[in-house]
Design a protein around this ligand. Structure first.
Ligand SMILES: C[S@@+](CC[C@H](N)C(=O)[O-])C[C@H]1O[C@@H](n2cnc3c(N)ncnc32)[C@H](O)[C@@H]1O
Length: 309
């Protein structure tokens, strides 16, 4: 069996979308099983990362294994911490996992630094074949951030997307920042931004939750995001956009903002209806310095981020 150069883990439920994307990227897929896609050939460091992969195993190796203890020995010889992706031979895999040092997986507190302890990924392909990778793209198991949630403050669970985006960026709006929140109702993102101490202009045709509207620093206007001209503002520190619209309409709006050069940071959800618009996603990904990712809290949508502070 050929050793893959990289193994991608598709975002849950978006395996076929990742398959389409890998095809467009010209990747040579050796095999795919469940959410795993094994890709052959050398992967240059500057090659675009598939957006629909929630994690990537960057140094995959195949090991023939004779027994449970043999598999556990091979893994422990490489490093301490491993996370199992359950793919096949579930009972055998669970017994190997039980023979490895325990890895604590506490919910992640927003604002904490990213985990730095190496955490490898492994699975059984069959009873006698172990696939393991010491290096992974994400510091979180299977690329999924499980937050210690705030069940009282935010009026919708959409705040988790913004928490995740800011966590991955490693940057936070602060008390001197002015943020525009487009498509803000009922107010999860505005709640995050105001909670961080930023000043927020929150725009939506639908109303903002009363408690969020009353937070210090929050101003709301009942207005379409597409009626806003960048020149209305001297400077915007963060433009956050979670508007439901066709991807091409979002790109057209973002191009106006980029041309105006008065906004430093962007976090925008790109929402798809029906088929995934890969061409528009590629046009966003090609904007220099930006990242386009499928957050673990995204549905059939991607998050485009550009951070210049
Ligand atoms: C997914 S919800 C946003 C959730 C929000 N980020 C939160 O955290 O609560 C999408 C929002 O886009 C708004 N929307 C749709 N078209 C819009 C437009 N042209 N201008 C502004 N908002 C729009 C909808 O009213 C809806 O509230």
């Amino acid at each position: 069996m050929e050793t893959p150069a990289v193994v991608y883990l598709a975002a849950e439920g978006y395996e076929s979308v990742l398959a389409e994307e890998l095809h467009r990227l010209g990747a040579r897929v050796l095999w795919s099983r469940g959410r795993l896609f094994a890709v052959a050939g050398s992967v240059p460091p500057d090659a675009p990362r598939p957006c629909w992969a929630q994690d990537a195993w960057l140094s995959p190796r195949l090991f023939p294994i004779r027994s449970i203890s043999h598999a556990a020995r091979e893994l422990k010889a490489m490093q301490r911490n491993w996370v199992l992706f359950p793919l096949a031979c579930h009972r055998r895999a669970a017994l190997i996992e039980a023979a490895l040092p325990p890895v604590k997986q506490k919910p992640f507190c927003f604002g904490s630094p990213l985990p730095t302890a190496p955490l490898g990924g492994w699975c059984l392909l069959d009873a006698n074949t172990l696939l393991a990778s010491q290096e992974r793209m994400s510091p979180f198991p299977h690329g999924k951030i499980v937050f210690a949630e705030d069940k009282d403050g935010p009026p919708s669970r959409a705040y988790l997307k913004l928490w995740e985006a800011l966590t991955l960026l490693g940057r936070m709006p602060g008390k001197d920042d002015f943020c525009l929140d487009l498509g803000s109702s009922p107010g999860g993102w505005t709640w995050v931004l105001a909670h961080l101490g930023a000043t927020v202009l929150s725009l939506d045709k639908a109303p903002l939750d009363n408690a969020v509207a009353a937070m210090p620093g929050v101003r709301y206007q009942a207005r379409s995001a597409f009626s806003v001209a960048p020149r209305e503002f001297a400077a915007v520190d963060w433009l956050c956009c979670d508007v439901i619209c066709y991807p091409q309409r979002l790109v057209t709006m973002l191009r106006r903002w980029l041309e105006a050069e008065n906004c430093r940071n962007f976090i925008c959800t790109v929402k798809f209806q029906g088929d995934t618009d890969h061409a528009t996603a590629e046009s966003l990904r090609s904007i220099p310095g930006s990242r386009l990712v499928h957050l673990s809290h995204n549905k059939h949508e991607l998050t485009w981020m550009l951070c210049r502070s």
